[in-house]
Design a binder for this molecule. Structure first.
Ligand code: ZN
Length: 107
């Protein structure tokens, strides 16, 4: 379950975002998660809820935007929506594709 370690990383980023000497908390955490990042969003929400008490994010809302996966066929240059690895080009059936978007996680 790597979502728990991701939740811990989000927490440490949020802690660093609060200036030293200020007793503030974070009101919202905004994430962009790529469809091809292999992160389970429900598991991440669960992990975040599990670790957030008594931290700077204890009252924070977790806002998640899913970035659709996008790939380009290396053979015919067709750009298409890709929701899982191993998808082939819908136009020519080629499996040699380059992923353009949807692999990353941004805070
Ligand atoms: Zn193609």
């Amino acid at each position: 379950m790597h979502e728990l370690s991701i939740a811990h990383s989000i927490l440490s980023i949020a802690e660093r975002s609060v200036p030293p000497g200020i007793k503030g908390t974070v009101s919202a955490v905004n994430l962009q998660i790529g469809e091809l990042s292999s992160i389970e969003i429900d598991a991440l929400r669960f992990a975040f809820e599990a670790i957030k008490s008594k931290t700077v994010v204890q009252n924070a809302e977790l806002n998640i935007e899913v970035i659709p996966g996008e790939a380009k066929c290396n053979d015919c240059d067709t750009v298409f929506h890709m929701n899982s690895y191993g998808s082939c080009c819908p136009k020519c059936g080629c499996f040699l594709v380059s992923i353009l978007k949807g692999k990353s996680l941004k805070c």
